[in-house]
Every structure is written in structure tokens, then in C-alpha cells.
Design a protein around this ligand. Structure first.
Ligand code: ADP
Ligand code: MG
Length: 312
């Protein structure tokens, strides 16, 4: 393992925060802090992010970002760290802001023809939703443009269900992304960097007892099964997913770490979204994906720590 940052560095492990994913982030932060201690970073401290963050960061030399969602994964905290000149892990302001919004992510990635995007429309507040989906084929899926954990998402089987599904999404966001529903299975793949070069982790496949990987499936024990490395794809599709993941990471301007979600149908991948600050709890996807390729939890934390200050 390679240590880039000196062992006596004062590191703030940013977690908690003010998003709906606060509890998960606190768990991520606690685990990362324990790993940093084991790695010899004795001056690493947990910092629960509140509106006092400018004060609370005084004296710290580095920030390890384990925040998820609003303010922590969307460029806001990154902007504060830029102003304070504190090098931080993971993606910078621009990539964080873009990837927080599923529509803008797709617009950027649509410039690269190798990245397969699902046919979709973007419905802004006040627009006629029925008219907007005229060119899409049912079933559809409605999603708030910037919310995680499958909040506000609905599968729409027929036109009569559209209005209610749209209303559900609008509760979270004025703007709604409506995609064609891919009747396949879900996979996710991590992207890490070593000496500035991005590479993909093993692929994790999730099989659910529900129709899709919805909120219940995500948080109810026994409703979903994790398979890592994934077995549902051919060797060719496995390589393709990894290649596209790295391409998406680079195209969106990500740095240090990300985790890219896909649907797979007929052995073909379809891009869903980029998570710029993936969970780091002991049951999270990224640690499991890394572990099967020989990168244990502490090594993963060190690799991400080494990305501090390298973001664009
Ligand atoms: N177009 C789609 N077709 C089929 N399933 C989808 C589609 N979009 C999302 N899903 C399902 O919903 C889950 C969450 O979607 P995602 O876009 O990754 O949002 P988030 O993880 O931010 O809630 C996915 O894991 C997948 O199971
Ligand atoms: Mg997702």
C-alpha cells in the first residue's frame, strides 16, 4: 500500500450532514475513521457537517468526504473546501454537481457514443407530461431528477397511471426524468484511481424479489441478493460494463472514486447514473466490489485518501 499523505496529517472525516441519507453517511464516516486509525492516521477526526462547518474545519489539513446526497455530494461542501483550500477526496465541484442531476449527467454522457443511454424525456415544472412522453414506449419509470435511494420513483405500466406517478416524483423535485423501463437486472460497478488512472472494480449484481430494486428491496432484509463478481453477464458484457464505467467517470469529470449503475437486458448494458460518493459502510457495494479484487477495506480507504487534492 502506498502512503501519499503524511501520517500525522490532520484529517477531517466529513459525515452525517443535512441530507436524507444522513444516517448511512454517519455509518460510512465511522467505518472510514476506524480504517484511517488502523492505517496510522492518528489525527483523523469525525466531523458531523452542520451549518457551522466553516468554523469546525479550522485547523484541518485534509478532508475525507463520506457525505451522501444534498450539500455533501452535489458540489456544495466541495465549494466550501475549495474556498478554505483544504484538499478533499473524490469528485470536485463540477462533477459532483453534474452527477447529482440524472438528466444533466445523461446530457454530458450523450456526447460519447459508446455510452448506451436509456430513451427518456425530461419534464420541467408546468410542462404537459402526457405530451412529453408521446415518443416513449411503455412501461416507463418516473424519477425525481436528483434524489437517491429510489425515492419518488414509480413504474408506469400504462398511460392512465402516468399522472399519479408524475405527482409522486414532483414531491421531491420540480423536474422529473421519465425513462423507458428496462426489463432486465441491475448491476453496479466501482471506479477507482491509481496514480491518476481510472480503473473499474468487479461488478456487483443485485437480484431482487420485487419487480425492480425499489426502496423496499434496498432496505428490507431478504428482498435482495448480492452477487459479486456478477454472474448474470457474459465475459464480453462484463468487460463492456467496466469499459463504459471508466468512460462515464472520465466523461463526467469525476475523480478519485465513483460508482456507476446500469441495467442489463439481453446481455446489453444501459447506463442509469453515477454516484460520486458511494456508501462506505461495511455492507456497502463499493467495499464488496473492491474486496473481491484483492483491495480490502483499509486499502480502499487509503486509495481514496490518496485522491485528496487531485480533483478537477
Ligand atoms: N429505466 C429503468 N428501467 C428499469 N429499472 C430502473 C430504471 N431506472 C431505475 N431503475 C431501477 O431503480 C433503481 C434506482 O434507480 P437509479 O436511477 O439508480 O436511482 P437512485 O439509485 O438514485 O435511486 C435501479 O437500481 C433500478 O433497479
Ligand atoms: Mg442508483
Amino acid at each position: 500500500m502506498e502512503y501519499v499523505i503524511q501520517k500525522d496529517a490532520k484529517i477531517a472525516v466529513l459525515c452525517g450532514g443535512m441530507s436524507s441519507e444522513r444516517e448511512v453517511s454517519l455509518r460510512s464516516g465511522k467505518n472510514v475513521h476506524a480504517a484511517l486509525q488502523r492505517l496510522g492516521y492518528k489525527n483523523a477526526r469525525i466531523v458531523d457537517v452542520s451549518p457551522n462547518i466553516m468554523e469546525d474545519l479550522k485547523g484541518f489539513e485534509y478532508a475525507y468526504n463520506t457525505l451522501h446526497g444534498k450539500y455533501g455530494e452535489d458540489g456544495c461542501i466541495q465549494g466550501i473546501l475549495e474556498i478554505l483550500k483544504i484538499p478533499y477526496t473524490g469528485c470536485g465541484v463540477m462533477a459532483s454537481a453534474i452527477c447529482m442531476n440524472k438528466e444533466y449527467t445523461k446530457r454530458i454522457l450523450s456526447t460519447v457514443k459508446e455510452i448506451p443511454l436509456i430513451k427518456s424525456v425530461f419534464v420541467k415544472k408546468g410542462e404537459d407530461v402526457k405530451k412529453a412522453v408521446e415518443d416513449l414506449n411503455y412501461p416507463l419509470i418516473t424519477k425525481p431528477v436528483s434524489e437517491g435511494s429510489s425515492f419518488g420513483m414509480t413504474k408506469v405500466n400504462k398511460p392512465e397511471e402516468l399522472e399519479d406517478a408524475y405527482k409522486e416524483a414532483v414531491k421531491f423535485n420540480d423536474d422529473v426524468l421519465i425513462e423507458e423501463f428496462i426489463d432486465g437486472f441491475f448491476v453496479t460497478v466501482g471506479v477507482l484511481e491509481k496514480e491518476g488512472k481510472a480503473f473499474a472494480t468487479e461488478i456487483l449484481e443485485i437480484r431482487t424479489k420485487t419487480e425492480w430494486y425499489d426502496f423496499d428491496a434496498k432496505y428490507t432484509k431478504g428482498l435482495s441478493e448480492f452477487i459479486v463478481p456478477a454472474t448474470g453477464l457474459s465475459a464480453r458484457a462484463t468487460e463492456e460494463v467496466k469499459k463504459i464505467a471508466v468512460l462515464a467517470h472520465e466523461t463526467a469529470g469525476c475523480s478519485g472514486v465513483s460508482r456507476i449503475d446500469f441495467m442489463i437486458k439481453d446481455d446489453k448494458p444501459y447506463f442509469l447514473e453515477i454516484n460520486t460518493n458511494p456508501g462506505m459502510t461495511d455492507t456497502s457495494d463499493l467495499p464488496a466490489q473492491s474486496k473481491v479484487m484483492g483491495i480490502d477495506y483499509d486499502h480502499l480507504v487509503l486509495m481514496i485518501l490518496n485522491s485528496a487534492g487531485l480533483n478537477k
